[in-house]
Design a protein around this ligand. Sequence first.
Ligand SMILES: *Cc1c(COP(=O)(O)O)cnc(C)c1O
Length: 396
Amino acid sequence: MERYQRVYAQIDLDAVKSNMEHMKANIGAATKIMGVIKTDGYGHGAVPIARELEKLDYLYGFAVATAEEACSLRNGGISRPILILGYTFPYSYEKMIQEEVSLALFRRDTLETLSRTVKSLGQKGIDKKAKVHIKVDTGMSRIGIKPDQEGLSFVADAFKTPGIEVEGIFTHFARADETDKTPAKQQIALFCRFIDQIREKTGREIPIKHCSNSAGIVELPQANMDLVRAGITLYGLWPSPQVKRDIVTLTPVMSLYSTIVYVKEIEAGVSVSYGGTFTAPERMRIATVPVGYGDGYPRGLSGKGFVLVHGKKAPILGRVCMDQFMIDVTEIPEAVEGDRVTLIGRDGQKQITMEQLGELSGRFNYEFACCIGKRVPRIYIKDGKILDTDEQSQDF
Ligand SMILES: *Cc1c(COP(=O)(O)O)cnc(C)c1O
């Protein structure tokens, strides 16, 4: 459609499902799996992805980073369990309890405030508990209680606090995506020992114990436990270049397309874009692509990146601007205004991956996906057909 010609991200929901199935096939039948869809599903669109994944009955639920992300899933009709992985600020506790969203617990004041909120909701006739997953710091030094005596008494207090339901306990790997799994194995050992100590001290078994992220799911089966948290792999992207490629099959979910809007010839000695960082050594044919860093396409690709036109590589000339950049089509004489430009994805025999562009631009692939801008409409593909269109693109 013409309104998507400037730029659009094509999100392949069939690929999301296939990636989830491959991750599920790599864990034991007793282990549940949740989809990590923070930052709007790593930039792919949290609600459409959650709606697609919710059809899989083995899926436990979803993980997000903020109360707002949890609300947008509930508003989008998502009813499976949702866990907020980070710290949740108290202004949202009432809402989170009502929406049955589970929170990561690691601060004493959270315990007290949650308990008070449950009580005051009870006085209004709303009979709901605050569900929490205790976060344990086994090596990230980010959030979480320490797996020590003080940590144990924190857990014991959480069990005793009225209105609190300790649904889960979890930790997070700092280095599971590296070839050397020693640090990750140390984290697993610390976490398991702490769980044993909780059992010994309180006689209680916390129902959902979880540890693994994508790298763990692929390479550390001993970390599976009751639940795993699959993030980056759902989007067909790899946690790091060190993670083995032959254990699960992943299909990239996002492609990014644009259209050539202008083609011209420039003489030798003519410079291209801001700063004149590229000067034509000879007569050249160049094309303008109406996408820029305002769309999240990195300025770091200036003079380094490339796109595909008619299945051929067209290098970026000079600096990427906020809304446009120029490419060399001297070797692609068939390129004309209106032709499709592939920024990420496949065109004929050639493919550009987010990993490749991340490496070229010095941007981590996770970050690359998250940074594809709001200005870029997302077009969803399901069973090979266009499913849904982003509302913003209807805005004019
Ligand atoms: C983001 C995140 C994940 C998912 O990690 P991936 O590497 O994308 O699979 C899992 N757990 C926590 C706590 C996270 O913050």
